[in-house]
Design a protein around this ligand. Sequence first.
Ligand code: DAH
Length: 357
Amino acid sequence: MAQETEPVTGLDRIAEIEREATERLAAVADEAALEGWYREYLGRKDGRLSGLLRQMGKLDPAERPRFGAAVNEAKERVQAAYEGRRTALETAALGARLAAEAVDVTLPGRPVEVGTLHPTTLMTRELSEIFALLGYQTVEGPEVEEARYNFDLLNIPPNHPARDMWDTFYVNSSHGEIVLRTHTSPMQARTMLAQDPPVRVVVPGRCYRYEAVDASHESIFFQLEGLAVDEQITMADLKGTLTEMARQLFGAETRVRFRCDFFPFVEPGVDFSASCPACGGKGCRTCKGTGWLELGGAGMVHPNVLRNVGYDPDRYSGFAFGLGIERIVMVKYGIDDIRNFYANDLRFLEQFAGTRI
Ligand code: DAH
């Protein structure tokens, strides 16, 4: 009797293991769990379904083929369920990876940071435009300059204090005295040596001085030189030109003041100031209470300079001027320290973004 019921129990056992395997398979959520599940039910050595085959010896030999076939069929179904589950898990994992790596092509791009023109550049361009309308050509010259142009041809004698080692950067050279130009004035000589009158040029450019750096002195700074030479040029032309420049820069109400000054390459020489655009000339913090802002030096080209470049001083006359470009930006925007210009602090520089100085 017991022998007859055994196969039936054996078949029930197969069905029971199959059901349990299938149920547990449905709950498997990742690859590691799937592997554990596989070992438990389908593992070749210790798998529970294979284990049933090993118990076949206990069965009635007549029942063995039916039992064996039933185990194998169950194994095949469970194997198929396993493969289905594995594919489902892989598909889900791939889906999750794709979702994680997805690129949202509708996201707006990150804006590219665009640099801005430096305030010195902006002011150089504005000055150049103002003078272009007055008939001046903009030219540039070398920053590393022969002392001959920087000093001698400009009537600056060898014993002049500007030529002192402590005021000027000298460059070691076997080709005569070479300096980092201390002003843009050497281009006066270069321009006149290169052409006949009439001359109308402005020369923006970097200059160098051996300075004790402070709020109003940098050892590197920019100047704009101007030169007009023709027949019958007078001081009135100089005053009219610089007045027009000041009004273009600071507004039509601007007044201009000229006072006697000395520069070796002009006679007479002047310094020139504009009425303070911040207070209209009444006196304020920007102009230190004076109502005036000094912009630069100017004068009638010295006859010696004309002679030095081969111009006849009895026929030609001219005027020249030189101004600090940073100084004009400082006056116009109330900047109190020239060191801001070349400190590369973006908080300062970005204020000029999009500015039409
Ligand atoms: N070169 C002078 C300086 O650096 C500025 C200057 C003064 C230029 C008078 C001129 C001028 O052309 O006429 O201080």
